[in-house]
Write a protein that binds this ligand. Structure first.
Ligand code: SF4
Length: 339
């Protein structure tokens, strides 16, 4: 199939399964502290020029409130891989997010590898979903890019998350430094075999002052090809159009919605923290202005899509046998002292 035939087939299938609605997830980048040294990352431990921060509980809840008021019902809490909060404190924050919203919302974590016990406690506190890319399915390339880490432990952690009952998302990085010619196919095979509920596949984008700064970015066309092939292989997966696409081509994130993606993730991180969460060069500030929900509506309309406000957007893949645990709705009330 030609690339345009592939994209058209993926779009048709996406429309059949999801209509022209796009699930919206609000990202809160609550800390840029990281204990890892991934070669390509702008906030890796060895980047000494990064101004480190961790948002406190009130700042996190305030970002959630702003997103909630805009109509977001699914929040992604993202950080580097470091225990900036003790697990008990993190659990209390997750519980407070649910109470503050006062109706069912989804809480997704993207905080990297932790032990199974910690994953379980966070799940019990109300974290529903977890995103963690395996980045590359080639163990040699994985080890080169992630000093001191192994692909095996990454994949094991992903299986643990699924077993606990999380709606689990994963993906890979197209153009990751030292990639080998067959890796694209290997990555796709590994992803599809895992049968994730959610997918986040992005291009490598170089970050200055990292060992990978001179490597070329992953090609946009290849990312679209991956999205289309994933949609055709996993028709009901929630497939995110990732922020990094905007760094490759103007409106890259919207264009990907026409190639099989059905999830869009505006950034809710307050500006002062957001500019310090620079994973790569030219990170998009598309959602950084106050009337972004209106702009989002208008831009999506130009691509024949509409944002699904006020929807949690559970992955239909959760309905598969062993697909995960859907929670009953939590209907909490937040006390004044918790605000
Ligand atoms: S990619 Fe994630 S784990 Fe790796 S250095 Fe960056 S923030 Fe840390």
């Amino acid at each position: 199939m030609t690339d345009s035939g592939l994209t058209a087939a993926a779009e048709r299938l996406c429309l059949q399964n999801f209509g022209n609605g796009v699930f919206i997830r609000g990202i809160v980048e609550f800390s840029n502290v990281c204990g890892c040294d991934c070669l390509y990352c702008g906030i890796r431990k060895s980047c000494r020029n990064v101004s480190r921060y961790t948002m406190n509980r009130a700042e996190i809840l305030s970002a959630v409130r702003a997103g909630y008021e805009a109509g977001i019902r699914s929040f992604v809490f993202q950080s580097g891989e470091a225990s900036v909060y003790a697990v008990d404190d993190f659990c209390r924050i997750i519980e407070a997010v649910h109470r503050q919203c006062g109706e069912a919302v989804a809480v997704t974590l993207s905080v990297g590898e932790r032990c199974g016990r910690e994953y379980r406690r966070l799940f019990d506190a109300g974290a529903d979903r977890f995103l963690m890319r395996f980045e590359t399915a080639n163990p040699r390339v994985y080890a080169l890019n992630h000093p001191g880490r192994s692909l095996e432990s990454r994949l094991e952690a992903l299986h643990t998350l699924k077993e606990i009952g999380y709606e689990t998302g994963t993906g890979f990085l197209i153009g990751i430094p030292h990639e080998e010619p067959d890796d694209f196919e290997l990555n796709l095979e590994t992803l599809i075999a895992f049968r994730p509920h959610m997918v986040g596949v992005g291009p490598f984008v170089p970050a200055p002052q990292t060992p990978a700064a001179a490597f070329p970015p992953g090609p946009f066309e290849k990312v679209l090809q991956a999205y289309s092939r994933i949609r055709l292989a996993l028709p009901k997966v929630n497939l995110a159009s990732v922020t990094a696409l905007d760094s490759l081509v103007p409106q890259g994130r919207y264009k990907a919605l026409r190639a099989g993606a059905n999830v869009y993730m505006p950034n809710l991180t307050p500006p002062d923290f957001r500019r310090r969460y620079r994973l790569y060069e030219k990170k998009s500030a598309a959602d950084a202005f106050s009337d972004w929900p209106r702009v989002l509506e208008e831009e999506m309309k130009r691509f024949d899509r509409r944002p699904l406000w006020n929807e949690i957007g559970t992955s239909p893949m959760m309905d598969e046998p062993g697909g995960g645990i859907k929670r009953p709705e939590i209907s909490p009330v937040m006390t004044a002292s918790e605000r």
